[in-house]
Design a protein. Structure first.
Length: 256
């Protein structure tokens, strides 16, 4: 800024080259991090308004000249409370993410549960209405699951469910999701596949469930996998897709 002739001299702004000017801080050298909870600087500087341009420090809006011990103690308590609030927010966010994970996944298999699968179907239905390519729900039923339960007990069927969960997780693409529906029923949503492509992918997943073979007490236990498919529509819900896939599965059984 340039003084106009006849105008009063500017005060409170040190002239260029004045040694009292504070150099601009280089955030990179100062270790600045754009963390969402990073605090604004607690310290700032201003000139005293006199023609000398003397720099005085300010802590949270309080000039250093007014920084008595009681004021310092009060500011320490305030800053400590802000830090505790930030830590509480981080902990609550992490806990909410944990609860969401527990609410939408099966503890036994690590796959989605029915609630988690319903959420994925809803997301893909919205994508379909916006011009997406649709998808296919594949229902897998393990024929022999009930016999294993009657013969060898709960531990055997839980081991089989974990085996299926690991096999499905290993064979999925990034766009696909798998779910455990309880008993001997599992589902996979193929977000980018339909028609013949979905049938081929479903068959490959079924083969992968039996390779390697499921072992119970070091002995292979064979089981048959029955498949049903249903195509995602704009008005699809999980219940409707499962009903359509189950009808397709039962139709395949009737032809055997």
């Amino acid at each position: 800024m340039v003084d106009r002739p006849g105008s009063p001299p500017l005060t409170g702004i040190p002239p260029l080259g004045d040694s009292t000017r504070r150099p601009r801080q280089d955030n990179r050298q100062a270790g600045y991090s754009p963390h969402p909870y990073s605090q604004p600087p607690a310290f700032s500087f201003f000139t005293d308004g006199a023609s000398t341009g003397t720099v005085q420090s300010v802590v949270l809006g309080v000039p250093n000249a007014h920084m008595t011990q009681p004021v310092r103690d009060a500011l320490d308590r305030l800053i400590g409370e802000v830090i505790r609030m930030q830590e509480d927010i981080v902990q609550r966010t992490a806990h909410e993410a944990y609860l969401d994970e527990q609410a939408h996944h099966c503890d036994l298999t690590g796959l989605l549960n029915r609630r988690g699968l319903a959420r994925e179907i809803s997301r893909n239905t919205i994508h379909l209405t916006q011009g997406g390519s649709g998808g296919t729900l594949v229902l897998f039923h393990l024929e022999g699951h009930e016999a294993l339960r009657r013969t060898h007990g709960l531990g055997a069927t839980e081991a089989l469910s974990r085996h299926i969960g690991e096999s499905l997780a290993a064979g999925l693409r990034q766009s696909d999701v798998a779910a455990s529906l309880g008993g001997g029923d599992f589902a996979v949503f193929l977000a980018l596949s339909h028609g013949d492509e979905a049938e081929v992918k479903a068959g490959a997943l079924a083969n992968q469930m039996n390779s390697p073979a499921f072992l119970w007490k070091d002995r292979p236990y064979p089981f048959t996998i029955i498949i049903g498919l249903a195509c995602l529509q704009m008005d699809s819900t999980l219940d409707r897709l499962l009903a359509d896939a189950d009808a397709d599965l039962m139709s395949g059984l009737a032809k055997r």
